[in-house]
Ligand binder design. Structure first.
Ligand code: T4K
Length: 375
């Protein structure tokens, strides 16, 4: 095929951006005020609008979710051991190591791919102080079962909600569960502020402490109350966030249509299993993971390569497991036999492209490739 006729490269995701012309007045305002960061006017407006949109009480904006996770652990003074999932982006466990906390990996549920509540109790020791589950791919964890365990053993719960922007479960926003939830607004997420993140908090007091921690520990000009970090979101990120909020429901609707098209197309493809929703009343369609089963004509990795040959950049989120990285693999909970479900899923998963502007024709091309066994 001549170069100019080649279809454009397809990525696993692309950010949904507003028209540049619509962003320029926001930039003008920043230029005029010369306030670039440190809780400026866009930061304050965005926090408030975000609370309203998400249906939560308090939000503290962050430079990214990783610093948000690190700070959430500091804010609740978590120490010792924390139970978490091996099946996530590596930032989940890294936030524990950055606080000198030992991650204890527990296997995932084979249907939701979230931390399996049935296996949490057996991993609790006198050193356990918290649970850090992940709403993987935006599918809610079993929040009620996790709450019961946490209450019984006096543990805190910090949700890594990096994927769960806008997701609603049986009792409203999934972000209201646990002691704190941490969102990501990275460029690859359903809602972006370039880089960015947020901690969702239940009350003003904890938000105040988080605000100190994300600003070097400053309580006022001359008082430093904690060894804080610089985790602040800039005015540029907050301005983009404000503008993004206007189009986010439209973006979800487009994602949903793509999700439905994949499901319809793949229903009859032997060996390709789509993940089912995990009880969400409103999903965000952040990812479209499929599991490549042993009866599919190609292995997962051969299929991954076939897609690449067609300039389709599918991804293996989350392979390798976090527990297989060098800084974790010596830990007893990372042992081969301890995480059989996560290990199997990490070998089978492939995340197909999904983003609002992905053409339906491209979805059909991807489905067709899967139907033909990658040929
Ligand atoms: N917890 C969980 C459960 C997470 O998934 C993440 C992040 C975090 C915590 C930490 O959140 P942050 O601290 O980042 O806020 C990406 C992201 O970098 C990462 O944020 C995300 N999870 C993870 C699942 O995916 P990569 O290395 O796969 O990204 P990259 O650069 O290969 O991008 C994937 C595709 O996206 C590209 O092929 C093209 C497209 N893309 C990417 C960027 C950066 C764009 O179109 N524009 C862009 O600017 O990690």
């Amino acid at each position: 095929m001549p170069e100019q006729e080649k279809p454009a490269r397809i990525y696993v995701t692309r950010p949904e951006l507003p028209r540049l012309a619509d962003f320029v007045p926001y930039l003008q305002e920043i230029w005029d005020s010369k306030i670039l960061t440190n809780s400026g006017p866009f930061h304050e407006r965005f926090e408030q609008k975000l609370c309203e949109y998400l249906g939560v009480k308090h939000i503290a904006l962050f430079a990214n979710a990783t610093i948000g996770l690190v700070t959430a652990l500091q804010a609740l003074r978590i120490t010792g051991e924390v139970i978490t999932t091996p099946y996530s982006f590596v930032a989940t466990a890294h936030s524990l190591l950055w606080n000198g906390i030992k991650p204890v990996f527990v296997d995932i549920d084979p249907v939701s791919l979230n931390l399996d509540p049935k296996q949490i109790e057996a991993a609790i020791t006198p050193q356990t102080t918290a649970i850090m589950p992940v709403h993987c791919y935006g599918h809610p964890c079993d929040v009620d079962a996790i709450r019961t365990i946490a209450d019984t053993y006096g543990l805190k719960v910090i949700y890594d909600a990096a994927h769960a922007f806008g997701v609603r479960c049986h009792c409203g926003s999934v972000l209201t569960h646990g002691d704190l939830s941490v969102l990501s607004f990275h460029a690859t997420k359903v809602f972006t502020t370039f880089e960015g993140g947020a901690i969702v908090c239940p009350d003003e007091k904890i938000k105040q402490r988080i605000n100190y921690l994300k600003n070097f520990g400053f309580a006022d000009e001359v008082t430093v109350v904690a060894p804080g970090i610089n985790g602040k979101m800039s005015e540029f990120g907050a301005a983009l966030g404000l503008l993004q909020l206007e189009g986010v429901d439209r973006a979800f609707a487009k994602r949903r249509a793509i999700d439905e098209r994949y499901r319809a197309g793949l229903a009859v493809v032997p060996g390709i299993k789509c993940l089912q929703p995990a009880g969400e009343l409103l999903g965000n369609y952040a990812y479209f993971p499929v599991l490549v089963q042993p009866d599919y004509p190609l292995t997962r990795d051969a299929l991954y390569q076939k897609f690449r040959d067609h300039d389709i950049f599918v991804r293996r989120y989350f392979y390798p497991l976090i527990s297989d990285f060098p800084m974790y693999r010596g830990m007893p909970s990372a042992a081969h036999g301890n995480l059989p479900v996560a290990r199997k899923v990490a070998q089978q998963v492939l995340c197909l492209p999904i983003y609002p502007d992905l053409a339906h024709g491209e979805v059909d091309r991807i489905v067709d490739l899967l139907r033909r066994g990658g040929i």
